[in-house]
Design a protein around this ligand. Structure first.
Ligand SMILES: [Zn+2]
Length: 239
C-alpha cells in the first residue's frame, strides 16, 4: 500500500449522493484533517431517490446536490462535481469513462476511491447497477484511459489535460475487503455527513444506531475491538 505521506490528493467517484458518506466519509475526514485535498465526483444527482416524494425528478436532483454539498462540508470536502447522468440508468459506457478520465487528469489524484464493480453475493445493497457501472468505468478510466496519452486524445488536444497515473484504487462494497480504516475519532462527522441527506434518511427510525452498528461490525472484523468503528476497502495497486 501507498505510505500515508505519499497520499496528497484523493478522488472519490460514486454513483449517487450519500454513497461517499456511507462508504468512505470517515476515511475522507481523516485525509482532510491531514491536509489531503479530496474531490468528490458523482455520476448522478440521485434524482430517482427519496421516499414520500412531493418533488419531481428535477426538484429532487437539486435538493440532493445541496444535501451532498453539506455532507461533503461536514468531512472537510468543498470540491464536489456532478456528471448529471440519470439515476438508475448508468452504464459503463465509453462516454462515462472519458468523463471520469477527464476529472482524473484534472485532479491528478494519488488514490481513487470508488464502488466495487463486482456483485456482492453476501449483501445486496452495495451492488446497485449504477454502483457496478461507476466502479467498472472508474477502474477503466484509471487503467488505461487516464494514463494513456493516446486514449481519448481530445482530452489533451482540446483541453490540454496530460496523462495521469493513479497509484492505488480503494473499492467500497465488495465481499473481499483487505484494508480497514479505524474511523472512531471521526465517527460523529461521518454520521453528520450521512444525516445531511435529509430527504433520504430523516424518516428512517434508529438511523444513527443502524449506521453505528454497521461500522462497529467492520471494526470487529478488522480486529480493532469493542467500541471502535471502521470502514473496509479492497485496495488495488494500479501504479
Ligand atoms: Zn448509491
Amino acid at each position: 500500500m501507498l505510505p500515508e505521506a505519499e497520499i496528497n490528493r484523493v478522488l472519490v467517484v460514486t454513483a449517487h449522493p450519500d454513497d461517499a458518506d456511507f462508504g468512505s466519509a470517515g476515511s475522507v475526514a481523516l485525509f482532510a484533517d491531514r491536509g489531503v485535498e479530496v474531490t468528490y465526483l458523482l455520476a448522478t444527482d440521485g434524482d430517482a431517490g427519496g421516499n414520500e416524494r412531493t418533488l419531481d425528478n428535477t426538484g429532487m436532483a437539486e435538493l440532493r446536490r445541496t444535501e451532498q454539498l453539506a455532507a461533503a462540508k461536514a468531512v472537510g470536502v468543498t470540491d464536489v462535481r456532478f456528471l448529471g447522468y440519470s439515476d438508475g440508468q448508468v452504464v459503463p459506457s465509453l462516454e462515462l469513462r472519458r468523463a471520469i478520465a477527464r476529472v482524473i487528469r484534472q485532479v491528478r489524484p494519488d488514490i481513487v476511491i470508488t464502488h466495487h464493480p463486482d456483485r456482492n453475493y453476501q449483501f445486496i445493497a452495495p451492488s446497485h447497477p449504477d454502483h457496478r457501472a461507476v466502479g467498472g468505468a472508474t477502474l477503466d478510466a484509471v487503467y488505461p484511459d487516464a494514463r494513456n496519452p493516446y486514449a481519448f486524445p481530445e482530452l489533451f488536444k482540446d483541453e490540454g489535460l496530460e496523462a495521469w497515473t493513479v497509484r492505488e484504487v480503494w473499492l467500497n462494497g465488495g465481499s473481499t475487503p483487505n484494508h480497514y480504516v479505524d474511523v472512531t475519532e471521526v465517527m460523529d462527522r461521518k454520521l453528520a455527513a450521512l444525516q445531511s441527506h435529509v430527504s433520504q434518511v430523516s424518516h428512517v427510525e434508529g438511523f444513527a444506531d443502524f449506521v453505528k452498528g454497521r461500522f462497529a461490525a467492520w471494526a470487529k472484523q478488522a480486529g480493532f475491538g469493542e467500541g471502535r468503528y471502521a470502514e473496509g476497502f479492497q485496495v488495488v495497486p494500479t501504479g
